[in-house]
Design a protein around this ligand. Structure first.
Ligand SMILES: Nc1nc2c(ncn2[C@@H]2O[C@H](COP(=O)(O)OP(=O)(O)OP(=O)(O)O)[C@@H](O)[C@H]2O)c(=O)[nH]1
Ligand SMILES: [Zn+2]
Length: 367
């Protein structure tokens, strides 16, 4: 089962327990009754950029520092936080961030599959947009499957976006995902004399993307907060820029973040253009994939809904590994119940399952 999103709050974040067992945050809370709520857009060297009074005439960007008692709690893009002190947003002012509000979802990862240390990536996102290129770089199903598992485990809806369909037909890749209830967008560039959306990439070059897929994606993002991940060079920046009008690479941050240059290594929430209020996309330049050390094996299986029913016939305690003599998944796949890509799906599932033992996933270049 997916974790219930409502079960998450900041106490799930790795905070070292207070020795006395008291929780100062709770004790201090009444003092912050006049605090204002902001949405964190980005975090950079101990400074938290928040947007306040969103979509009102008073909307403003406020920079904040964390209160002492929160020093060990990660604050990430997408977090709603309570701010006190100078929340005017005037130049050179600094507000104080006193509380991380309860999170609806929390996307975490371990640095790799054997690293139990969790890092919080983003909070309160509804969707994970997994961006892969049809070619150049070659798509890796292991990467996609791993991201789906991470999304499933966090109670976040995954979407798949395949770029560069002009370079290669992605049909074969997509055969792996036909049996999943997952929305897929196929993006491509179009001829310079055709209509489309010109968008700059991270390398400063402009590509003209076909309009229809970008509009499909824009609709899927509407009124939601989505986080995008993808390997370098897949066209993630181009896509994000097409949706937001931001030109991150050149340092011209979206109007919403206002001042200053943005270091392109930290995650940044951007408003989606021509979309309803509350439509945000969080770009994650440093994050290419997820270690799954924190994910229960059963949640890995549940993220493969084309295989999961086959495991009902497994012997009790079956680990579903390739070495299990009685694993019913082999029969399930051989019978065609998981479709024509069943073999590849089972291999991918087992590779993710085996992660904790071998580190093999990494060596095989699944990342
Ligand atoms: N042929 C083709 N090229 C594309 C497409 N989308 C993006 N590109 C090009 O691919 C290159 C990489 O695009 P970026 O947007 O910089 O890729 P990225 O995923 O942001 O890469 P990093 O910034 O390194 O993370 C650029 O030269 C783009 O113009 C596409 O659909 N088709
Ligand atoms: Zn089994």
């Amino acid at each position: 089962m997916a974790r219930n999103a409502r079960d998450w709050d900041e106490s799930d974040v790795r905070v070292r327990p207070n020795k006395k067992g008291t929780r100062p945050r709770t004790k201090d809370r009444p003092a912050y009754e006049d605090a204002l709520t902001g949405r964190i857009i980005t975090v950079d060297r101990g400074r938290y950029t928040a947007i306040l009074d969103e979509d009102t005439p008073e909307e403003r960007i406020v920079i904040a520092a964390r209160a002492r008692e929160l020093r060990r709690s990660p604050v990430v893009p997408g977090d709603f936080v309570s701010l006190v002190g100078d929340t005017s947003g005037e130049p050179d002012t600094l507000a104080r961030l006193v509380r991380i509000q309860d999170r609806s979802t929390l996307l975490r990862r371990s640095a790799d599959d054997t690293d139990p240390v969790e890092r919080v990536v983003v909070a309160n996102v509804d969707q994970l947009v997994i961006v892969v290129a049809a070619a150049n770089p070659e798509p890796r199903t292991g990467f996609i499957d791993r991201a789906i598992v991470a999304a499933f485990d966090a109670g976040i809806r995954p979407l798949l976006c395949v770029t560069k369909a002009d370079v290669k037909d992605p049909t074969e890749l997509l055969d792996n995902y036909r049996h999943l209830d997952m929305d897929i967008v196929i993006s491509r560039t179009t001829a310079q004399d055709a209509t489309g959306i010109d968008a700059r990439s991270a390398d400063g070059l402009s590509a003209r993307l076909a309009g229809t897929p970008v509009e499909e994606l824009r609709e899927m993002l509407a009124s939601k907060v989505s986080v995008v991940i993808g390997h370098s060079g897949v066209g993630k920046s181009t896509l994000v820029n097409a949706l937001t009008g931001a030109e991150r690479a050149t340092g011209n941050v979206n109007a919403v973040t206002g001042r200053g240059r943005h270091t392109s290594s930290s995650a940044l929430a951007l408003r989606v253009d021509d979309a309803p209020d509350g439509t945000w996309i969080i770009d994650t330049p440093g994050i290419r994939s997820f270690g799954l050390a924190l994910v229960e094996p059963d949640n890995i299986l549940q993220a493969f809904p084309d295989l999961a029913p086959g495991a009902l016939d497994c012997p009790r305690g079956c680990t579903h590994k390739a070495t299990e003599p009685g694993c019913a998944l082999d029969t399930w796949v051989a019978a065609g119940s998981a479709g024509s890509a069943g073999d590849a799906r089972l291999t991918s599932f087992r590779r993710l399952l085996g992660h904790e033992e071998t580190g093999e996933a990494k060596e095989l270049g699944v990342f």
